[in-house]
Write a protein that binds this ligand. Structure first.
Ligand code: SAM
Ligand code: SF4
Length: 465
């Protein structure tokens, strides 16, 4: 089921769009695009260059305001939380920006055993996490790909106090259709994979060895995943490798390709910026650094272009940048992260980590901060558990019906967190945030939310609608 007529990425078309001076200079085009976006209709590639080119402070403000409005209407104050779980830093590839690259002698190699993985998960569950992202380099211990499958089973098997992991997403190298089927059967949530750069020439320059050298094998991975029945996929760009304007237009082409071929686009988009990594000059000196202002533009433009696709921000960013981009469109964040295998039960070790973090705060502090800013941190996993994935999720999400599920589920999973894991200060801030949120709900949603909250108060766990 691949699209044989239109290429997934059409570089020539992207350059034409970027050269189109009418788009880049005329503020009327930008305003027109903002008006359309405010109707939650998304944006097409031709409509993005005028927004990317904005520098006039008033128009920039209008862009950010539009993104805030779209974010609010679709996602409300919910902010989904997760933590990455690095199980191995063995890797056969030579990605010049990554500490795990095969020729980097300054990194200590380690693949966790199943018992070590269980120990990491126990730590994360004790912090209150319910959703994890399993991450590994592209080389598995002797057992091969089944190492990943066994690790997934281990994660789901852990029960610790009142908690457990309810959704495990994975970020691992591209697989064959058959392997993707096995991954689906293992019960993963989202399969996540970043193209890093859609610019073929740059891709060739920064991926020097191993299977990852093959641009097309990576680009077609989501087609194979979807063919295998994984209908929640997450795509992304590693910002800093090439011109972000090119990357965004290419990302949109990738999205439209998936929509054309499978009827549904990606569930999430990740927006990592290159961070310093041990043994990587490239990571220290990104060839196309993305300024903070441009990063905010990227988040806002994505929010407007694909309003129903989640945007994920990691702890690569600083607390301040995270706060700013929550408002502009980010809907999922990691918190309390470690990027070295074993980093939760042992300690953070720079010489085994993938890259430097910008936000080192523990989960409890991130949650308190988010609640004080007016957000409802959510640990909800209901859609995935009830089979509301892929097209089913989008069908519900588009007319805004998902709110009827998301709001009560976000509130009840947040209350679970506050009762079971929060510090007294966070509990106080969180309970106040819940009250503020309840006060804004229309009566049917309020009743539904109060019913779920009451069940959690009575001691029930893992309740959702
Ligand atoms: N090895 C698999 C792969 O490359 O697809 C999956 C795991 S890899 C550790 C996850 C992601 O980390 C990569 O896709 C890349 O975007 C990101 N990454 C690598 N080095 C980075 C750096 N220095 N700063 C920020 N992100 C980085
Ligand atoms: Fe390996 Fe992934 Fe790092 Fe590349 S980005 S070196 S494939 S872990």
């Amino acid at each position: 089921m691949t699209d044989s007529v239109i290429p997934i990425i059409d570089e020539k078309r992207i350059w034409e769009l970027l050269k189109d001076s009418r788009g880049a200079r005329d503020s009327g085009w930008a305003r027109q695009a903002l008006e359309k976006a405010l109707e939650l209709r998304g944006l097409e590639a031709e409509e993005l260059p005028p927004l990317m080119a904005l520098s006039d402070p008033e128009l920039l403000q209008a862009l950010f305001e539009a993104a805030r409005s779209v974010k609010n209407r679709i996602y409300g104050e919910r902010l989904v939380l997760f933590a990455p779980l690095y199980i191995s830093n063995l890797c056969a590839n030579e990605c010049l920006y990554c500490a795990f690259r095969v020729h980097n002698a300054s990194v200590r190699r380690r693949a966790l055993t199943q018992e070590e993985i269980a120990e990491e998960v126990r730590h994360l569950v004790r912090q209150g996490h319910k959703r994890l992202l399993l991450v590994a380099g592209e080389a598995y211990p002797r057992e091969g790909f089944s190492y990943i499958l066994r690790s997934i089973a281990t994660v789901y098997s852990v029960k610790e106090g009142p908690g457990e992991i309810r959704r495990l997403n994975v970020n691992i190298a591209p697989l064959t259709v058959e392997e993707f089927r096995e991954l689906k059967e293992a019960g993963i949530g989202t399969y996540q994979l970043f193209q890093e750069t859609y610019h073929r020439e740059t891709y060739g320059k920064v991926h020097l060895a191993g299977l990852k050298r093959d641009y097309d094998w990576r680009l077609s991975a989501m087609d194979r995943a979807m063919e295998a029945g994984i209908d929640d996929v997450g795509i992304g760009i590693l910002f800093g490798l090439f011109d972000w304007r090119f990357e965004i237009l290419a990302l949109l082409q990738h999205i439209r390709h998936l929509e054309r071929t499978f009827g549904v686009g990606p569930h999430t988009i990740s927006v990592p910026r290159l961070e310093p990594a041990v043994g990587s000059d490239l990571a220290l000196h990104p060839p196309y650094p993305v300024s903070d202002l441009d990063f905010r533009k990227i988040v806002a433009i994505l929010r407007l272009a694909v309003p129903y696709t989640g945007i994920i921000l990691s702890t690569r960013e600083t607390p301040n940048m995270r706060r700013e981009t929550f408002a502009l469109g980010v809907s999922q964040i990691s918190a309390g992260s470690r990027t070295n295998p074993g980093g939760y039960s042992e300690q953070e070790e720079a010489d085994a980590s993938q890259f430097q973090l910008g936000d080192h705060r523990p989960l409890d502090e991130v949650i308190r901060d988010a609640a004080e800013l007016g957000y409802i941190p959510s640990f909800c996993t209901a859609c995935y558990r009830l089979g509301r994935t892929g097209q089913d999720f989008m069908d519900l999400a588009k007319p805004g019906e998902i709110q009827a599920h998301c709001t009560p589920n976000a509130l009840s999973t947040f209350l679970e967190y506050l009762l079971d894991y929060a510090s007294p200060e966070t509990r106080e801030a969180g309970e106040a945030a819940i009250q503020r949120s309840l006060a804004t709900l229309p009566p049917p949603l309020l009743r539904k939310s109060l019913r779920l909250l009451a069940r959690v108060q009575r001691g029930q766990r893992d309740v959702f609608c």
